[in-house]
Design a protein around this ligand. Structure first.
Ligand code: ASP
Length: 287
C-alpha cells in the first residue's frame, strides 16, 4: 500500500559527517508527526504543515528556530506551502521575529487574497493570523504544534493523502552568510516547491540557481510527460547541474505514492513513510 505517504528532506549540502545522523533523526521524527496527522484523518495540507512545523521548531535544521542567521546575525526566514489539488500556494519571504513561517504561508494561501508576503509587513499578517485564532502561540512568534487541525538544513516535504491529493512545502533560513533582505528559491512557486494534481516536488540547495531552472516545476513536468518518478528526479538534477554547475537536491512524489529523490550535493537526508507507520525508511542520500 503506497498511500497515504510522506517524504521529507532535511536539506542538500555539505553536511559534516557527524551531523548526518542528527539530521536523519529529526526528519524521521518529522515524517512520523506528519504521517500521524494523515492517519488521524488530517488532509495532505494538515500533515505537510505539521511535519514542516516540527522541523522549524526542532532547532537542529536550517529552518525556523535552527535557521542560519544572515550577515547581521538575524534569522530571516522563507517558506512556502502548495496545495496541488487547487494549484494554490502561500509564501513568506525574509520574515523576522517569528519561528514558524509555514503556518503563516498556509494562512496566506487560505485566508487572504494574496500569495506572497515579505519583510516587515509579513509580520503584520502573522499578527493578524494570531489575532483571528487561526493558530495559537505558545510564546511570541512560536506556533503551537498541537493546534494544527487534523480536525542542519533547509527542510521540505511532500504528502500524498489517501485520495491522491498532494501538498508540498519548503522552509529555510537560506544560504550561509546571506545578505539581509535576500530571498531564495524556497518561497518561489515552481522553484523551491511545486505540486499539481499529478505530482509534487520540493527542492533544496543553492537557491539562486534553483530559481534559474525552475527546478521543482521542471521535474514535475518530466513526470507529467511519462517518466518514472525516480528517473524524473535524476533528470531534474542532471538538467540543473548541466545548466548551472551548482549543487541542489530534490524529492518528488506522484499522486499514486511513487517517490523519487536525487542530489549532487554531499548529502541530503530523507525519510519516507508509506501506508503504515512501521514502513519508515531513511537515507543520507550520499552522492
Ligand atoms: N534553497 C535554500 C536557499 O537558497 C537553501 C537550502 O536549500 O539549503 O535559500
Amino acid at each position: 500500500m503506497k498511500l497515504p505517504m510522506i517524504i521529507v528532506h532535511g536539506g542538500a549540502g555539505s553536511w559534516k559527517d557527524e551531523r548526518i545522523p542528527v539530521g536523519i533523526e529529526y526528519i524521521e521524527k518529522a515524517a512520523r508527526v506528519g504521517f500521524k496527522v494523515l492517519k488521524n484523518s488530517g488532509s495532505a495540507l494538515d500533515a505537510a504543515e505539521a511535519c514542516t512545523l516540527f522541523m522549524e521548531s526542532c532547532g537542529s535544521l536550517n529552518a525556523g528556530k535552527g535557521a542560519r542567521p544572515n550577515q547581521d546575525g538575524v534569522l530571516e526566514l522563507d517558506a512556502m506551502i502548495v496545495d496541488g489539488s487547487s494549484l494554490q500556494f502561500g509564501s513568506v519571504g525574509a520574515i523576522t521575529g517569528i519561528q514558524n513561517p509555514i503556518s503563516l504561508a498556509r494562512y496566506i494561501m487560505e485566508k487572504t487574497d494574496y500569495n506572497f508576503f515579505a519583510g516587515e509587513n509579513a509580520k503584520r499578517v502573522y499578527d493578524r493570523m494570531i489575532e483571528e485564532g487561526y493558530r495559537q502561540e505558545i510564546e511570541s512568534g512560536v506556533v503551537e504544534t498541537v493546534n494544527i487541525s487534523p480536525s542542519g538544513d533547509t527542510v521540505g516535504c511532500l504528502v500524498v493523502d489517501s485520495d491522491g491529493n498532494i501538498a508540498a512545502t519548503s522552509s529555510t533560513g537560506g544560504i550561509p552568510k546571506k545578505l539581509p533582505g535576500r530571498v531564495g528559491d524556497s518561497p518561489v512557486m515552481g522553484a523551491g516547491a511545486y505540486a499539481n494534481d499529478v505530482c509534487g516536488a520540493s527542492a533544496t540547495g543553492w537557491g539562486e540557481h534553483i530559481m534559474r531552472v525552475v527546478l521543482s516545476r521542471m521535474t514535475v513536468l518530466y513526470v507529467e510527460e511519462g517518466l518514472d518518478v525516480m528517473v524524473a528526479a535524476k533528470k531534474g538534477m542532471d538538467m540543473f547541474e548541466k545548466k548551472t554547475g551548482s549543487e541542489a537536491g530534490i524529492i518528488v512524489a506522484d499522486k499514486s505514492g511513487n517517490h523519487g529523490y536525487a542530489t549532487n550535493a554531499k548529502a541530503m537526508p530523507i525519510a519516507i513513510i508509506k501506508g503504515e507507520l512501521d514502513t519508515l525508511e531513511s537515507h543520507a542520500c550520499l552522492e
